[in-house]
Design a protein around this ligand. Structure first.
Ligand code: GAR
Length: 327
């Protein structure tokens, strides 16, 4: 048997519920396994009487309940968010939380809220998913774990599980079996999602997609790291490096060119969780953007890649890009 290796740091998560909380229970118990890469620091509900709260309390987890009745969406969201931040949570896991979160809230937690939905998305967003699957004569229903974005049930699907639909099935009997499947799916999908933040292959692929979408770029190994160049094979220049725990650093990082030492040091001082001074390259004004942490701003990563590309690309290419940007 393979020994369970405890992860060195566990991501702190808050679970939001509205009802029976059986998915929450699956997540709580899974968090007690030594291999779980997350710990539950809060169970929060918009319903004071939610059954799941009692179980969470019985099991010794911190709980918070705040009714949404008579409150604006923003005011209620703000109370939930305050409790989440005070508990130290880095991610929010929706488990039968039957309230839509405001766009601002979702934007602040971009990439750090996941949800479980009882259908095989993109089919049957919204409510009455089981009845709709049965009505359509589908052979299977199921459940999906997805990232939360402002549009309802439309974020990237992280994992799915199928559940066969029997003859004469009712939405209640199907819902029951889908929940059994959900309990298997959710803890694993959450663990995989958290681990992907520190998976060098996943991070390199994301960087590569953006870097190689810029004009005349290519990838090449450079001193044990992956490098991205612009220009010809012979005279091209590197505009980015992907470092996976390189030169003794604990970071998986993207190295890009700043305007010089001043800018680099200012960035590091202002946002030490995001930027650091890399070995060797730091001396010439390259900054490291830390990628193995929750909540990486990938738009920022993409902007840096573009900027760094511009700073070394031949004028004939930047001119073309300038012209394209005007439209
Ligand atoms: C689950 O089936 C979940 O997929 C669904 O509510 C149920 C909650 O059960 N969620 C949604 O419909 C979200 N749109 P639980 O409280 O026993 O975990």
């Amino acid at each position: 048997m393979v020994a369970d290796k405890p992860p060195t740091t566990r991501t702190k998560v808050a679970i939001f519920i509205s009802g029976s909380g059986t998915n929450m229970a699956a997540l709580l118990y899974a968090s007690r396994l030594s291999s779980a890469p997350y710990e539950v620091v809060l169970v929060a509900s918009n319903k004071v009487e939610a059954e799941g709260l009692q179980l969470a309390e019985l099991e010794g987890f911190a709980t918070f309940a705040h009714s949404h009745k008579g409150q604006s969406r923003d005011a209620h969201d703000a109370a939930m968010e305050r409790a989440t931040i005070e508990a130290g949570a880095e991610m929010i896991v929706l488990a039968g939380y039957m309230r839509i979160l405001s766009d601002d809230f979702v934007a602040r937690w971009d990439g750090r809220i996941i949800n479980i939905h009882p259908s095989l998305l993109p089919k049957y967003k919204g409510l009455d998913t089981h009845a709709r699957a049965i009505e359509a004569g589908d052979s299977h229903g199921g459940a999906s774990v997805h990232l939360v974005v402002p549009e309802l049930d439309a974020g990237e699907v992280l994992a799915q599980v199928k559940v066969a639909i029997a003859k004469g099935e009712t939405s209640d009997t199907l819902a029951e079996r889908v929940k059994l499947a959900e309990h298997q799916l959710y803890p694993r999908a959450l663990a995989d999602y958290i681990s992907r933040d520190s998976d060098p292959t996943h991070l390199l692929n994301r960087v590569r997609t953006v870097a190689l979408s810029l004009p005349e770029t290519s990838e090449r190994a450079s001193h044990g790291a992956r490098g991205f160049r612009v220009g010809s094979e012979k005279s091209g220049k590197f505009f980015a490096y992907f470092n996976a725990q390189h030169h003794g650093s604990e970071h998986i990082a993207l190295l890009v060119k700043t305007s010089g030492m001043d800018e680099m040091l200012n960035l590091i001082e202002a946002q030490p969780d995001t930027y650091y001074k890399p070995a060797f390259y730091g001396a010439s004004g390259w900054v490291g953007i830390i990628l193995n942490r929750p909540g990486v701003d990938w738009d920022n990563v993409s902007d840096w890649l573009t900027r760094s590309w511009r700073s070394v690309a031949p004028v004939r290419l930047t001119k073309l890009q300038d012209a394209a940007d005007m439209f």
